[in-house]
Design a protein around this ligand. Sequence first.
Ligand code: ADP
Ligand code: MG
Length: 317
Amino acid sequence: MSLKELGEFGLIERIDGLFKAPLGVMGIGDDCSVMPQSSGLDTLVSTDMLIEGSHFLLSDVKPKDLGWKSAAVNFSDVAGMGGSLQGSWLSLGLPKDLEAEWMLSFMEGYKEISDLFHCPLLGGDTTTSLGPLCINVGVMGVCEHGKAKLRSDARVGDLVCVTGMLGDAAAGLHVILSGMERGSQEDYLVSRHYRPMPQIQKGLCLAKSDGVHAMMDISDGVASDLRHILKASGVGASIDTSRIPMSEALRDLALKSGKDPLRWSLSGGEDYELLFTADPAALKDLEVEHYVIGEILEGSDVKWSGSDNDYLGFRHF
Ligand code: ADP
Ligand code: MG
């Protein structure tokens, strides 16, 4: 069987089947692993890789932006659990001809976001790559024991919510790949692609509410990410695509370039907002920007309304 046939998530399931997490530890399957500590807190750990050609184009990305993004996508997984950040680790596979200036600029962006989130770099590894530039970041966070928001806690009757505009990063990628002329709206969308903001504060705020049940960050696109919550929780959902929040810049670009804005907002990925399900009664007390896009139902499928139903999230293979 080819890897393409097995699929990214098929492979992860096979890997998962080889190991059993120790009692009380949550291993593979969520944004972070969760490990109880004797301090009474839970440690959160996640790692993510970015590879030249697959995740970024050296010809377009500014090194400082890439440094920012490499940390941001990892910080976002701690946000998805409702945790706060403690530190990160950075491993680099560097092509021989990469300029030192480029790498130092990369580190400036990495430091900028690390300082902003008070999350110091604590270690890593540096090696040569005979192929593309490879960047791996590991991140550690913390939350109160038992309070991490899991993908597996969605309940029938919950409302499905997102914390911000979806699709801007994908629209920004379209601007980059099409090589189109850039005005201020295009620049904004490109910046949403290269400078995503991990929603740590929103995650911490949502984690305080017992009425918020399942949560994760939106990295692959809400259409795909929602399926992770449904599968982990053993439930289905109905989603009204007319309620998906989309920025004016995205709508304008879609109109201008004859693209379907919903395709970007549902399947585009890399928005790094949060997707959560909550008891309807808890929503009015949430002090976090949020948009209700649907409801959790019995079953295992997603019923789409408001548009056709051909929305699949980004797959890596
Ligand atoms: P995310 O998009 O939040 O980073 P992924 O979809 O990449 O999550 O991964 C889903 C789950 O599978 C996570 O719990 C992650 O830790 C785990 N995972 C992914 N790849 C591997 C691997 N090669 N070995 C072990 N666990 C993995
Ligand atoms: Mg995630």
